[in-house]
Design a protein around this ligand. Structure first.
Ligand code: GRF
Length: 198
């Protein structure tokens, strides 16, 4: 069994899919960097053993905030002997190279899901950018987190056709459907050392 610690910032609909559908990976911790009640409530309702919230304080530096998050994650890990992976699910914070190295040194993988077919449309405002670019296809990418934002090695991608009827709302709905179906499957495959293909 591999433990999963999920990092969130928002409503936690992606977290919910992991809670509902992971069969091998076990979510033992949820760490939020905002007070957004959606994701935190989902964690509490699902009785995830550890739910922690680290809101950046006024005047707090990014690094001291990040260190608090890191210590929170490490405190969760210290309760277990099983391996852990860190799964970002709508976590809206750039992680420093030092943070990433800290977990690389412990052989703990960190993965993220991004709502575009990377390397296209890194960063925010994805759906607007897809429409503005007139893309034929859109989709999702699950990737390792590296110091290059949205630039880590790609683990899995899934695409769909963009139609003339699409707008930002419909693109978001279709994208989130894919995210919520595939993320649990890819996480499960990863923890058993397999590559998920579909
Ligand atoms: C997801 O679409 C994810 O790809 C993006 O943020 C969204 C998270 O939403 N980075 P939620 O908080 O899981 O509902």
């Amino acid at each position: 069994m591999t433990n999963v610690i999920v990092l969130i910032s928002g409503e936690g609909t992606t977290l919910q899919s992991l809670l509902d559908s992971c069969k091998v990976a076990k979510v033992v911790g949820v760490v939020s960097n905002t007070s957004c009640v959606g994701g935190i409530t989902r964690s509490v309702l699902a009785k995830v053993p550890h739910t922690q919230v680290f809101i950046k304080q006024e005047h707090e530096s990014n690094s001291s905030h990040e260190i608090r998050i890191l210590r929170g994650i490490d405190s969760i890990i210290s309760n277990y002997t099983e391996p852990t992976i860190i799964v970002l699910a709508g976590f809206m914070q750039i992680l420093s190279p030092e943070f990433l190295q800290h977990y690389a040194d412990k052989d703990i993988q960190i993965i993220n899901i991004h709502p575009s077919l990377l390397p296209k449309h890194k960063g925010l405002n994805t759906y607007k950018n897809v429409l503005a670019s007139g893309d034929d296809c859109h989709g999702i990418t699950i990737h390792y987190v590296s110091p290059v934002v949205d630039g880590g090695e790609i683990i899995f991608q899934k695409a769909f056709y963009v139609t003339d009827a699409d707008n930002t709302t419909s693109l978001k709905e279709k994208t989130k459907q894919l995210e919520q179906y595939y993320y649990p499957n890819v996480v499960d495959a990863l923890v058993i050392g397999k590559t998920y293909t579909n």
